[in-house]
Design a protein around this ligand. Sequence first.
Ligand SMILES: [Zn+2]
Length: 348
Amino acid sequence: MANDLYNTLGIEKNANEQEIKRAYRRLAREYHPDVNKSAGADEKFKEVQSAYDVLSDPKKRARYDQFGVTDDQAGFGGGGGFEGFSSAGGFEDAFGDIFESFFGGSRGGGRGASQAGEDLRYELSITLEDASKGLKKTIELFYLDLKDGSTRSCAQCNGVGYVEVVQRTILGSVSQRTACPACHGTGGIERQKKKKTLDIQIPAGVETGMKLRVTGEGNIGIGGGPRGDLYVVITVKDHDVFKRNGNDLYLDVPVPLSMAVLGATLRVPTLDGKTDLKVPSGTQPGTRFRLKGKGIKNIKGFGSGDLYVVINVDIPTNLSREEKDCFQKISKIRNDEERLSSVLESLA
Ligand SMILES: [Zn+2]
C-alpha cells in the first residue's frame, strides 16, 4: 500500500509525533506561499497541510494506515458525502468531480499508477575525527532520471500514468483507476541510469547507523509522482585509540607502577591535540579522570561529551636482580607480609 501522506512529509511510516511535527514545520516554511513564489509551491503547501492534518491526529492516522485513504477520501466525514450526487442529472459529471476531489487529483490515493521515485541509499564510512568535527563530502552516485531527449507527457493520460473509468453498478457508480494503456502507467516517462556528484554536509556528532536524508535526490518518479530521496547511511569506523560511548570517549592508559604510586603528569592524546593530565600519587587501577568537553559534539548542538582517561597500572614482570632487590626492600619496609595476613584474616 502506498503511503503518500508519509511521502508528502518525507517521513518514515513509523515516524513519531515529534518527527511528524518537525517535518511539517520544515516543509511549511519551505513552501509557504508568502515565501516560496515558484510554480507549484502553493499546491505543495496545501498537500503538506492536509497530510499533517491526518497524520497529526492519532485516530485519523490509524484509519489512514488501515485503509490507505484519508477520511475525506473515504467519505467518513469532514469534506463531502455522497448526498446530492445520487440524484439524476449531470450524474457522470458530478462523479467525475467528486472522485477527483476524493483522490486528490494527480497525487493519487494509493491506487493510481502515480509512483514516487525510489529512495536511494548511499553507505558512507567516516573516521571518528570526522564524526567529531563534521565534514563536507562530495559523493558520486547512480540514479534514475528522465531519459535524455524524452518528454514527460503521455498524450492519453497527460503524464499522470492512469486513467479513470466510471462504472455503473447496482449500488451506484464506482470509479476505478487503471494504469494508462498507452504508457503502461509510466506517464510517458522513460528513465535512464545517470551518474551525479553531490556535496553533502555531515554534521558533527553523527553515529553509526544514522541516516541523513537528502530530499529529492533519489530516482525520478513515474506517472507524475515525486522524486525519491537519498539516504546517506553513516558508519563511523572504530578508532585505534579512543572508544566511543554516545558522545563520550574513553582512553585506556597503562601507567607504570612507580608513576601510579608516586604521581605523574601524563601528556594524553585527545581528538584535537594533546593535553596534560595530572595523576596524583596513589592512583588506583581503573581510576577514571574526566576531561570535560573533550568528547564528541552533540549532534543537536548542545555542548560536547567528555573524554575519560582510564588508568591501568602496568605491573612489571621479568624483573632484573636490582629491581627485585628494590621491591623486596619496599616490601620489608612496608611490612607487607603481615599486612596481607591481617587482611586475609579479616576476610575469613
Ligand atoms: Zn499514459
